[in-house]
Design a binder for this molecule. Structure first.
Ligand code: 5RP
Length: 229
């Protein structure tokens, strides 16, 4: 990853963390951009900020624990005040493709329980139409070949995500099929079609979920995009 992207991620993360206030219950995202947000929250906790957090992956939970951010079981809360997470692509309506880091199912459960959902990206993730980044689809290992054929029939050209030559396993012990649909004119429709396939646990479309997107530029500026604007 180049320095410009790293800078954009760090800047966006710093801006987003300003939305976190004392006493809030916070969702922690996953990935290299969310990493900076968690680091930043850790610094604030060290300086006296009082929050409780739920993590979207084992990796983010471990990082949060190292930074002394209090982690609570998700089952203990119904609603999160704020969640800060990254994305792989963001379109002008703030629809997202997520799941490049493989945490999409937990990320979506956390997002759906969040009152104010903040996405942080470096500005290279802002696109006119979703689809250049392959859509991650989390599937049950049982009869995954059948699910793969259904996704292929939709035009997704699915590819099993691998780790060290074996199928990558999510934190929920599922597989991921990365699907290349090309430029996606109607993400909401495709989301419904993919979700309708039995065996699909979740897809990487986050439609209408983000309240704001904070985009960081390499030169250190942030742009805040708001839902409905
Ligand atoms: C993980 C995700 C990440 O938020 C997404 O892949 C962006 O990652 P990064 O911040 O490393 O570019 O959805 O499942």
């Amino acid at each position: 990853m180049d320095n410009a992207a790293i800078n954009g991620k760090k800047i966006a993360a710093g801006k987003a963390v300003e939305y976190i206030k004392n006493g809030m219950t916070v969702g922690l995202g996953t990935g290299s951009t969310a990493y900076w947000a968690i680091q930043n929250i850790g610094e604030k906790v060290k300086a006296g900020l009082s929050v409780r957090a739920v993590a979207t992956s084992i990796q983010s939970e471990e990082l949060a624990r190292q930074l002394q951010i209090p982690i609570i079981p998700f089952s203990e809360v119904d609603r999160l005040d704020v969640t800060i997470d990254g994305a792989d692509e963001v379109d002008p309506q703030l629809n997202l493709i997520k799941g490049g880091g493989g945490a999409l199912l937990r990320e979506k459960i956390v997002a759906a329980a969040t009152k104010f959902y903040i996405i942080i990206v470096d500005e290279s993730k802002l696109v006119r139409q979703l689809g250049h980044f392959p859509l991650p689809v989390e599937v049950a290992p049982f009869a995954w070949e059948l699910t793969e054929r259904r996704l292929a029939a939709l035009g997704g050209n699915p590819k099993m995500r691998l780790a060290e030559g074996k199928p990558y396993l999510t934190d929920n012990q599922h597989y991921i099929l990365d699907c290349s649909f090309g430029s996606i004119a109607d993400p909401a429709l495709l989301h419904r079609q993919v979700s309708d396939i039995t065996g699909v646990m979740e897809d990487g479309f986050f439609i209408g979920m983000a309240d704001i997107v904070v985009a960081g530029s390499p030169s250190g500026e942030t742009r805040i995009l708001k839902k409905g604007e």
